[in-house]
Ligand binder design. Structure first.
Ligand code: ADP
Ligand code: AMP
Length: 213
């Protein structure tokens, strides 16, 4: 099962992808997570990606396409994967189609998590992540039992450097300009569905699972 989870920043892609990956036993491939790891490790890719990520613009297509081309060849992707945050431009979607066609493979489902812009600002500025296990939280919508401490592993929570209001607004603009056109691209391919991302997290998960079967 190869699935693309789409949606604006803060729509809940990462939150849902973690749970779907566990339920369906397929890896979650988040280009954002992979790029953040590269920046942290100071790799050549990380050095190239850093300033675009900090400003909320997109990293170049060749970098992210290269990351996904390599990652999807790894053993754990044999039975499928869930793409979270990729593709984000028409060029990335076309490169993905070409890559899969060469491998005689195809995407099974593309699901868009629809959200209004304004609530996304609050979702992103309130987002916190466990520095140890990566579990996602929200100050208001999914608070930890003990302030600043992960419920699952006791790790400390961090806030992403790009999760501030100014950067969020430019990420939303980038989404509308460069990523939203992919909805039409995939709708034409016939494997597209969408779910209402303004529901509670559990209802969004139920809607996604109903589509995935
Ligand atoms: P994305 O990966 O699409 O950028 P996340 O999954 O990281 O988004 O979610 C952004 C923030 O919003 C997180 O703090 C998360 O806990 C919270 N969140 C996710 N889904 C919902 C929801 N349906 N309602 C309220 N808050 C949500
Ligand atoms: P995310 O974790 O999905 O919110 O992504 C964080 C940042 O990583 C984005 O604002 C971009 O700078 C970069 N990024 C992640 N995925 C992509 C992608 N598919 N194409 C270009 N840039 C990306």
């Amino acid at each position: 099962m190869k699935v693309i989870l789409m949606g604006p920043p803060g729509a809940g892609k990462g939150t849902q992808a973690r749970q779907i990956a566990e339920k369906y036993r397929i890896p979650q491939l988040s280009t954002g997570d992979m790029l953040r790891a590269a920046v942290k490790a100071g790799t050549p890719v990380g050095l190239k990606a850093k300033s675009a990520m900090e400003s909320g613009s997109l990293v170049t297509d060749d970098i992210v396409v290269g990351i996904i081309a390599d990652r999807t060849q790894e053993a754990d992707c044999k039975n499928g994967y869930l793409l979270d945050g990729f593709p984000r431009t028409l060029a990335q979607a076309e490169a993905l189609d070409t890559m899969l066609a060469q491998r005689k493979q195809a995407i099974d489902k593309v699901i868009d998590i629809r959200c209004d812009d304004e609530p996304l600002v609050g979702r992103i500025t309130g987002r916190r992540t466990c520095s140890q296990c990566g579990e996602g939280y929200h100050l208001q919508f999914k608070p930890t039992k003990k302030s600043g401490v992960c419920d699952k592993c006791g790790g400390s929570l961090t806030q992403r450097a790009d999760d501030n209001e100014a950067t969020v607004r430019s990420r939303l603009a980038v989404y509308h300009q460069q990523t939203a056109p992919l909805i039409d691209y995939y709708r034409k391919q016939g494997n597209f569905s969408s779910v209402d991302g303004m529901q509670g997290m559990d209802q969004v998960l139920a809607s996604l699972c109903a589509i995935l079967g």
